[in-house]
Design a protein around this ligand. Structure first.
Ligand code: IMP
Length: 428
């Protein structure tokens, strides 16, 4: 029975929430396995629009158990803010489970994220400023605070003291900031302990048992392949494993349990923050994609950088994730272009690259080699079957499928749950 990983195949914001949502009532568990509240997905259910940052999108499906896995970093204030927001709109959130091994984002890491960015000046990453990077750094540096630490004041105090022994030096001596007060930090974290306690579980065990019983489990990645700390455009990446392997380490299941890996990919490309982006359009066409596609960050409100579809990125995502399916989103945004260029390879210093250059500085110099496909003028938003699509839109999808090397199992034609053309069942 399927354990399905759903991840972004580009630089994020591909519409993963919608893909998970599409699996709908057949999904028993939705697991977030990496990242934190740097993510942002908008899910539209009927007339209601929900913007989620930390919670897995499965929280909106009544029969589904949402899980925050050990690979996630949790900002407890945001957790309760989102839960209360949903409860206020009548959503039942009582099934949520959180791994006791997930790390928490202490307030000093939010401060450090922001001041580090300022300090980096033109070398800045363009982070979301949510404390993600410093919290993952603490985890690797073995000075992190985990959910399980919240329940014993003495242990918590000890760990915060250990972390601040380094952090306060950095805050005061390098960044000229006020130091963080141990007791204040401990008191803030402790203030969440009683409320979080009923949600805490050995989520790895829960998930393995669920898979043994043949339940459907969706592992939902935050961020995306090109922002993955190992496989993305380092250093302009997030600090976690957003590719398929991260689903195993970030949730406590073995890789052999994964049946399907679904890459969500836009019919064009967007990116937030700094870093190379070969097909970026800095002209009126880019602006048109931004406007029509509503390309503004859910988390930060920043305008997203926009450009044409990049089949080299799609093939790379297929390879590093072992994709079995692609879910193509936002095809409707491309309506109204005479020709739609698609990047099939890069030119780096006069040399053609059909695959991602291994060297980041070569990638930064890559210019796209385009193939132009015929556009269409019809409104796609009411299309519900493959045959409803105009012939050139169908040809566009088929061309992307061919160039990307992975079958396109569904096509999104609008923001609503129903505005999707399903070609292959993701759980079948
Ligand atoms: P951080 O994850 O806040 O450390 O930011 C690192 C990089 O990842 C920045 O370029 C962010 O804009 C980008 N990023 C983080 N989360 C998302 C997301 O959910 N969608 C798109 N970009 C993201």
């Amino acid at each position: 029975m399927p354990a399905v990983v759903v991840l972004g195949a580009q630089w994020g914001d591909e519409g993963k929430g919608k893909a998970t949502d599409q699996l709908g009532s057949r999904v028993d568990y939705v697991v977030k396995f990496n990242g934190g509240n740097n993510a942002g997905h908008t899910v539209v259910v009927g007339d209601e629009k929900y913007a989620l940052h930390l919670l897995p999108s499965g929280i909106l499906s009544p029969g589904c158990t949402p899980i925050i896995g050990n690979g996630v970093v949790v900002d407890l204030a945001v957790l309760f803010e989102e839960l209360e927001g949903l409860q206020g709109r009548g959503v039942d959130t009582s099934k949520l489970l959180i791994s006791s091994s997930a790390h928490v984002i202490p307030s000093y890491n939010r401060t450090l994220d922001k001041v580090t960015e300022r300090f980096l000046g033109k070398r800045q990453i363009g982070t979301t400023g949510r404390g993600i990077g410093p919290t993952y750094a603490d985890k690797m540096n073995r000075v992190g605070i985990r959910i399980s630490d919240l329940f014993d004041e003495e242990i918590l105090h000890d760990k915060v003291e250990g972390a601040l022994a380094q952090k306060n030096q950095i805050l005061t001596k390098i960044y000229n900031r006020r130091s963080a007060d141990i007791d204040e930090v401990v008191a803030e974290l402790r203030s969440y302990a009683d409320r979080v306690a009923p949600m805490v579980a050995d989520t790895g065990l829960v998930l393995n048992r669920a898979l043994d019983e043949g339940k459907n489990v969706v592992f939902e990645a935050g961020q995306a392949t090109m922002l993955d700390v190992d496989h993305g455009t380092y250093p302009f990446v997030t600090s976690s494993s957003a590719t398929a392997g991260g689903a195993a380490t970030g949730s406590g299941i073995g890789p052999t349990r994964i049946d399907r890996v679904v890459g969500v990919i836009k019919a064009y490309t967007t990116r937030v923050g700094e870093g190379p982006f070969p097909t970026e359009l800095l002209d009126a066409v880019g602006e048109q994609l931004r406007k029509t596609g509503g390309e503004y960050g859910v988390t930060t409100g920043r305008p997203r950088r926009c450009g044409w579809y990049d089949a080299v990125v799609a093939r790379y995502a297929g390879r590093v994730n072992g994709l079995t399916d692609l879910v193509l989103t936002k095809l409707d945004v491309l309506t109204g272009f005479e020709k739609v260029p698609v990047c099939v390879a890069y030119d780096v210093d006069g040399v053609r690259h059909d695959e991602m250059p291994i060297d980041q500085s070569a990638f930064a110099r890559a210019t796209p080699i385009y193939e132009e496909l015929d556009g269409w003028w019809e409104d796609l938003s009411l299309a519900r079957t493959w045959e409803d699509l105009p012939v050139n839109a169908r040809r566009y999808v088929e061309a992307l499928e061919e160039m990307s090397g992975t079958r396109i199992s569904s096509v999104g034609v609008g923001p609503d749950r129903e505005a999707t053309i399903v070609r292959h069942d993701l759980l079948g």
